[in-house]
Design a protein around this ligand. Structure first.
Ligand SMILES: *[C@@H]1O[C@H](CO)[C@@H](O)[C@H](O)[C@H]1NC(C)=O
Ligand SMILES: *[C@@H]1O[C@H](CO)[C@@H](O)[C@H](O)[C@H]1NC(C)=O
Ligand SMILES: *[C@@H]1O[C@H](CO)[C@@H](O)[C@H](O)[C@H]1NC(C)=O
Ligand SMILES: *[C@@H]1O[C@H](CO)[C@@H](O)[C@H](O)[C@H]1NC(C)=O
Ligand SMILES: *[C@@H]1O[C@H](CO)[C@@H](O)[C@H](O)[C@H]1NC(C)=O
Ligand SMILES: *[C@@H]1O[C@H](CO)[C@@H](O)[C@H](O)[C@H]1NC(C)=O
Ligand SMILES: *[C@@H]1O[C@H](CO)[C@@H](O)[C@H](O)[C@H]1NC(C)=O
Ligand SMILES: *[C@@H]1O[C@H](CO)[C@@H](O)[C@H](O)[C@H]1NC(C)=O
Length: 464
C-alpha cells in the first residue's frame, strides 16, 4: 500500500467512525408531560407527541417514549440510511411500555386507511417495545407499511383490539403492502411480536402482500383472530405480479384462528407467495393448520419448504396445499417434510390430516402423523392432486388395538383402508412406517433428503 492509499484508508476510517458514533448518540425523548415546542433532546425537554419525533428524528437516532398512553395515529416521515444507521422508536421503560391508543381516532393515514403507525416508502426504521391498541375502523391496522424500502424491523410489539373489520376491509394487526414493481420491500423483520384480539374479517392478522422479499417473520405469537393468522400473498389483481417471496417464517405460535365467515382460516397461509421457508412453528386450535395455496387463477405458488412444524388439534385438516378449485392457481415444487401432525380434523370433516388439490410435483416426506380416532390420513383430489409424491411418513394409528389396516387414505376417487392397500394400489408411501401410539412420544423420522433451504437474510440476534 502506498502512502496515498494509507491516507485515504485513514480518512475513510475516520469518517465512518466519526459519523457512526456521532449519530448513535443522538437521542430524543417523548413524554406525556412533554411539549412539542421543546428540543426533544433530554427527558426534561421532551416532546409531547410521537408524531413530532416521527417528523424530526435524524438517521441513526433513538427516540425514547416515556410510559403512558398516547392517543395518536402516526405517520413516520423520517428514515435512517446505510451510512448513519436506522432510526429506532422504543419505550423509555421497557417494563412499562408506552401505549399508542386508537380510542376515538379519526385522523386517517395518507392512503386513506386508519392506522396507529403508518410507514410509506421508507427504510431503516426500528419500531420496538410498544403496545398498540384499541383502534376501530372498517379498514385499519396497528402498523401499516406501504411501498418499497429496506430494513424495517418491528420487534416486541403488543398489538391488540384492532376492531371493526368487514367484507370490504379488515381490522388487522400488521399489514405490509407493496405494489411498486421496481422497488421491493426487502429485509423486513417482524420478530417477537404478540398479536391478539383483532378482527381482520375478510383479511388477515399479519399480512405481507406484494413485492416483498428476504423477510423474516419469527418468534411471534398470534391468537384470537376472526380470520387468517399469518399470510404471505402474491398475485392479487391490484398488487402487481411480484409477490411475497424468499422469506423465512419460523418459531411462530398461532392459535384460536377462526374465520367469521367460512370456518376455514389457516393459522399460517401462503396465497401465491413463493420460495418461503415455513419451519418450527406451532399452529393449533384453529380452523386449519398450515395452508399453501394460490387463490388467483393462473398464479403458481412454488418452492415452499414447510418443515418441522407442530400442527395439532385444528378443526379441519392440519396441512393443506393446492389451489382449491378450477378457478384458482396451483402449488408446485414444494416440500412438506418432518412436520408433526396430531389430532387434526377435530370436527370430523372426514378430510383427515392432509388435504391436496390442484397441486403437482410436490413432496410429502417423513412427517409424523397421529390421526384422530377416525384414522383418516389424507384426502387428495382426483383431478388435480395425484401427481405428488408421498413417502416415509411415520403413522401412529389411533385406537387400542389399531394397526396399519385402520388407516384411511382418500386418494382421488378411491378410498383405501389400510396402508398396505394404499401402497399396493398407488405405489406411494412404499417406505412408510407404522408405529404404536402407545409408545408415547413421537419418534421423529430421520432427515432423509436434504432440504432445499433457500439462503436468505438472517438478522443478527440483537437484544433490546
Ligand atoms: C449523517 O449524519 C451527519 C451528522 O448528523 C449528517 O451531517 C449527514 O448529513 C448524515 N448523512 C446522511 C446520509 O444522513
Ligand atoms: C372517546 O369518546 C368517548 C365518548 O365521547 C369519551 O367518553 C372518551 O373520553 C373519549 N376518549 C378519548 C381518549 O378521547
Ligand atoms: C411511494 O412510491 C410510489 C412509487 O414510486 C409513489 O407512487 C408514491 O407516490 C410514493 N408515496 C409517497 C408518500 O411518497
Ligand atoms: C420477547 O417478547 C416477550 C413477551 O413480550 C418478552 O418477555 C421477551 O423479553 C422478548 N424477548 C426479547 C429477546 O426481547
Ligand atoms: C419446478 O420444477 C421443475 C423441475 O422439477 C422445473 O423445471 C420448473 O422450472 C420449476 N418451476 C418453478 C416455478 O419453480
Ligand atoms: C385418538 O383420537 C382422539 C380424538 O379423536 C384423541 O383424543 C386421542 O388422543 C387419540 N389417541 C391417541 C393415542 O393419540
Ligand atoms: C389389525 O386390526 C384389524 C382391525 O382392527 C384386525 O382385524 C387385525 O387382526 C389386526 N392385525 C394385527 C396383525 O393385529
Ligand atoms: C394389490 O393390487 C392388486 C391389483 O392392483 C390386487 O389384485 C391385490 O388384491 C392387491 N393386494 C392387496 C394386499 O391389496
Amino acid at each position: 500500500m502506498n502512502m496515498n492509499s494509507k491516507v485515504l484508508v485513514y480518512i475513510w476510517v475516520y469518517i465512518i467512525f466519526h459519523y457512526a458514533l456521532a449519530d448513535e448518540n443522538q437521542l430524543y425523548y417523548v413524554m406525556s408531560s412533554g411539549n412539542d415546542d421543546n428540543s426533544g433532546t433530554t427527558q426534561t425537554n421532551a416532546w409531547r407527541t410521537i408524531q413530532k419525533a416521527a417528523s424530526k428524528a435524524i438517521a441513526g437516532s433513538t427516540v425514547y417514549i416515556g410510559p403512558g398512553t398516547y392517543y395518536e395515529t402516526i405517520t413516520i416521515l423520517v428514515q435512517g440510511n446505510l451510512f448513519n444507521g436506522s432510526i429506532t422508536f422504543t419505550s423509555l421503560m421497557p417494563d412499562n411500555p408506552a401505549i399508542i391508543s386508537g380510542e376515538n381516532a379519526t385522523v386517517a393515514s395518507p392512503d386513506g386507511t386508519l392506522n396507529l403507525i403508518y410507514i410509506e416508502n421508507k427504510s431503516y426504521l426500528n419500531i420496538i417495545n410498544l403496545e398498540l391498541a384499541n383502534l376501530k375502523g372498517s379498514e385499519c391496522s396497528g402498523v401499516r407499511i406501504v411501498g418499497g424500502g429496506t430494513r424495517i424491523e418491528l420487534r416486541n410489539l403488543h398489538i391488540h383490539d384492532i376492531l371493526g373489520g368487514g367484507k370490504t376491509g379488515g381490522a388487522m394487526a400488521i399489514t405490509v403492502y407493496n405494489k411498486n414493481q421496481e422497488t421491493s420491500l426487502s429485509k423486513l423483520i417482524i420478530d417477537n411480536c404478540t398479536l391478539y384480539d383483532c378482527e381482520p374479517a375478510w383479511s388477515e392478522a399479519l399480512t405481507l402482500n406484494g413485492n416483498i422479499e428476504l423477510f423474516q417473520v419469527t418468534n411471534n405469537r398470534v391468537y384470537n383472530m376472526n380470520n387468517i393468522g399469518i399470510d404471505f400473498i402474491g398475485g392479487e389483481s391490484n398488487m402487481g405480479a411480484l409477490g411475497a417471496r424468499s422469506g423465512q417464517c419460523y418459531y411462530n405460535t398461532v392459535w384460536n384462528i377462526h374465520s367469521s365467515y367460512d370456518s376455514s382460516a389457516a393459522g399460517i397461509y401462503v396465497d401465491g407467495g413463493s420460495d418461503i421457508n415455513i419451519g418450527k412453528n406451532e399452529v393449533y386450535n384453529s380452523d386449519a393448520g398450515i395452508e399453501i395455496g394460490a387463490e388467483n387463477q393462473g398464479r403458481i405458488a412454488s418452492g415452499m419448504v414447510v418443515h418441522e412444524n407442530y400442527i395439532h388439534d385444528n378443526d379441519k385438516a392440519g396441512l393443506l396445499f393446492g389451489g382449491y378449485d378450477f378457478e384458482r392457481g396451483r402449488v408446485i415444487n414444494s416440500t412438506f417434510q418432518n412436520n408433526r401432525l396430531e389430532n387434526n380434523d377435530v370436527k370430523h370433516t372426514e378430510a383427515g390430516e392432509i388435504v391436496v388439490s390442484f397441486a403437482s410435483n410436490n413432496f410429502v416426506y417423513s412427517n409424523a402423523i397421529k390421526p384422530n380416532i377416525k384414522n383418516i390420513i389424507l384426502t387428495v383430489d382426483q383431478i388435480g392432486g395425484l401427481d405428488n409424491v408421498f413417502n416415509r411418513q411415520s403413522y401412529y394409528p389411533n385406537g387400542s388395538n389399531a394397526n396399519e389396516s385402520n388407516l384411511i387414505f382418500n386418494w382421488g376417487n378411491q378410498q383405501y383402508r389400510g396402508l398396505s392397500a394404499f401402497q399396493n394400489a398407488t405405489q406411494q408411501e412404499l417406505q412408510a412406517s407404522v408405529l404404536s401410539s402407545k409408545a408415547g412420544l413421537i419418534r421423529y423420522p430421520s432427515m432423509l433428503c436434504i432440504l432445499p433451504l433457500i439462503i436468505t437474510f438472517i438478522a443478527s440476534a440483537k437484544a433490546y
